[in-house]
Design a protein. Structure first.
Length: 435
């Protein structure tokens, strides 16, 4: 409800041209947002490509208002509009209201408690396969290895695919879809760029991924044992059958494959990066791994997500004029709770630059203060899956190895596609633990 005290003008913000602001967001978003908060305050405005006005929110009370808001007013799908060229118009990330609710109901059974328990052994097996190939006594970037294991896990869960030519071709092509730089991301918003250089190659690769996925969908529709399979694709075909088009299935699969592996992989890489620099915390995590204390290992992953957020912000597009943070924001405005700024706010998290998993033991963070999976009715359905996966990999690595930092100075985060990742791959040195 709008009050007469609310200001009609937008919050303060940069006067740079929208194209420049777009480039700064894509290439330097983590630094730009910190600077703009210092200059303009806790609520600030930016203007980016596609004639989008974005209001960034950095206070828990304002973030809670967004997450508790009516989904008919706060459209997450429209807020994620830049993802549509890759994820598709039917994606869980790009739909709103009835379309989103239908998709969420169909996908949720694959990520509930019973389903997660069914994935546990497979996660552990693939985690063992991954960590047992680590080089011993020499520095290596752990992030690519985390990308490989989380991709393998999500491929098995989403498709239930066995090794073969199709899976062998799909793996590297999916990596190429996500392993793109900030400038290539601009091709998502400017279709004309797809005729040239890296944008054309990226688009051709995505089309090749589509061909592989459509071939797998066609084969699976003809399978006679769908009801006996536990993968997400088979579950969807069993539940929806001919009611769901191949295009809808493709969009859901791509979303789960891309959103479901890289974020967890990066959180794991940062977990090892931070543990390697803190011997006392490492010893606690190793003891937890030895004792089967999943709560502490989960806290390690959660703290890595807090200190080193993978995604800069979440977004909601307003469908009507709405009062937020004392401003009357017009319909069409994108409100963007900032994950990175709220996670490092000293008024919200004590000693925010310290890596302290104990923050997450025995208590839940206050609403609106820890939001790596978003919030409200749009909270990521894969949150439990991601944390279970992280625990599995941490357990298998920490029961086998001591880990050390290659260099004392921490690595900087760098942007890749829409994520922030360890700029040098989170380089660590692993040595065999002594009995």
């Amino acid at each position: 409800m709008v009050t007469v005290e609310a200001r009609s003008a937008l919050p303060p913000g940069s006067n740079l041209p929208p194209l420049v602001q777009t480039f700064l967001y894509v290439a330097l978003r983590h630094r730009m947002h910190r600077r703009w908060r210092r200059v303009y305050g806790e609520v600030f405005t930016s203007h980016v490509s596609g004639n989008r006005t974005v209001v960034t929110l950095t206070r828990p009370e304002h973030i809670r208002q967004v997450f508790a808001g009516a989904p008919t007013i706060f459209h997450a799908g429209e807020g994620n509009g830049m993802l549509a060229p890759v994820m598709g118009k039917h994606s869980l990330l790009t739909t709103d209201e009835d379309d989103h609710l239908r998709a969420r109901k169909l996908l949720m059974p694959a990520f509930n408690g019973a389903a997660l328990r069914g994935y546990r052994d497979m996660m552990a097996e693939l985690a063992v396969d991954c960590v047992e190939t680590w080089p011993v006594g020499t520095a290596f970037p752990v992030h690519p290895r985390m990308n490989a294991v989380t991709l393998e896990i999500i491929l098995r869960v989403v498709f239930g695919m066995s090794d073969g030519p199709r899976l062998g071709e799909l793996r590297p092509r999916l990596r190429r879809v996500s392993d793109i730089g900030p400038l290539t991301v601009l091709g998502w918003s400017y279709p004309k760029l797809r005729q040239f250089g890296p944008w054309r190659r990226n688009w051709e690769n995505l089309r090749a991924v589509d061909d592989l996925l459509y071939a797998e969908i066609a084969d699976r529709r003809g399978a006679g044992d769908l009801s006996e399979r536990g993968d997400v694709l088979s579950r969807l075909l069993t539940a929806a059958g001919d009611e769901m088009s191949d295009r809808e299935l493709r969009d859901h699969m791509v979303t789960l494959l891309l959103a479901g592996h890289e974020t967890t992989a990066t959180a794991l890489a940062w977990s090892f990066h931070e543990l390697a620099r803190r011997p006392a915390t490492l010893r606690k995590a190793q003891q937890a791994a030895d004792d089967g204390d999943d709560a502490y290992l989960e806290a390690v992953a959660k703290e890595a997500m807090r200190l080193r957020p993978v995604i800069q912000n979440v977004a909601r597009k307003l469908t009507e004029t709405t009062e937020i943070a004392g401003y009357r924001l017009p319909a069409g405005t994108v409100v963007a709770p900032s994950i990175s700024l709220i996670h490092r706010d000293a008024t919200v998290h004590a000693d925010p630059m310290d890596f302290r998993p104990e923050r997450f033991l025995g208590k839940q963070p206050e609403s609106g203060t820890w939001i790596p999976f978003g919030g409200g009715v749009r909270r990521c359905i894969g949150a439990g899956f991601s944390l279970q996966e992280a625990v599995a990999v941490l357990r298998e690595a920490l029961t086998r190895y001591d880990i050390h930092a290659e260099r004392e100075r921490p690595e900087e985060a760098k942007p890749r596609n829409i994520t922030l990742f360890p700029g040098n791959g989170a380089r660590i040195i692993a040595t065999q633990r002594k009995p």
